[in-house]
Design a protein around this ligand. Structure first.
Ligand SMILES: [Zn+2]
Length: 226
């Protein structure tokens, strides 16, 4: 994901279900979130420290202990070769069956979901899944210098996709998701009714999925990449 808090808005309820089922989840956050918050008296260097701590605390709310930061500057991410290499490195280190990534497409129905950093990270992540991570001749120094063997990711779950078609009922883990988002105090502390906002948004997704009234859902576009 691009920023600290993206995974919690998009997927924390689903992540909590996975970790409860014994699935190991690793977060990789591309930027430091140094353009976040709304208080000009907080230095950007302090904001980086704060946002990393908030993301680590949020991860704990949904059973995730391994959080990796790539340290790119917030607001200036491009789907560059160097980002593809950095994401390929993490994929080869972690060897995941499934990758969750933001959508590289602009979602015209929900403009805030399509921050340029999100689109850049989504594009680079999909390129890292295919072809880079599985191709021994892509970034050969990863294999030669770091011993990182090629790896095939079997599935990508795209978050905030304009073509979401897969819904996860997260009613049972909504409390974990809310706690995770509350841990991002610098981002959500100003929101008047975070819980109400989330319930409204996730209820609409549940209705799209045909779930009964009162249920909450997160939405993804699932790609087979194996
Ligand atoms: Zn973001």
């Amino acid at each position: 994901m691009a920023h600290p808090d993206d995974v919690d808005f998009g997927a924390a309820g689903t992540v909590a279900k996975w970790t409860e089922a014994g699935v190991e989840v690793v977060y990789c956050i591309v930027t430091d979130g140094d353009a976040g918050g709304s208080d000009p008296s907080v230095s950007r260097a302090d904001m980086v420290v704060l946002r990393r701590a908030e993301q680590v605390a949020a991860a704990k709310c949904v059973g995730v202990d391994d959080v990796r930061f790539l340290g790119y500057p917030d607001g200036r991410v491009e789907p560059s070769i160097s980002l593809r290499k950095d994401l390929t490195r993490v994929i080869r280190q972690v060897r995941p069956d499934r990758v969750v990534a933001p959508s590289p497409e602009r979602n015209y129905a929900r403009v805030q979901a399509s921050h340029p950093d999100h689109r850049a990270v989504g594009a680079a992540a999909l390129d890292a899944v295919y072809p880079d991570a599985r191709n021994q001749f892509a970034f050969p120094e990863l294999l030669a210098d770091e011993g990182l063997e090629p790896w095939v990711v079997r599935e990508v779950w795209v978050s905030a996709s304009p073509q979401a078609h897969h819904y996860v009922d997260i009613t049972a883990t909504f409390g974990n998701k809310l706690a995770a988002l509350q841990a991002h105090q610098s981002q959500t502390g100003q929101m008047e009714d975070l819980e109400g906002f989330l319930r409204g948004w996730l209820s609409r997704a549940a209705a799209m999925a045909g779930l009964p009234e009162g249920r909450l859902a997160e939405a993804f576009q699932v790609l087979t990449t194996g």
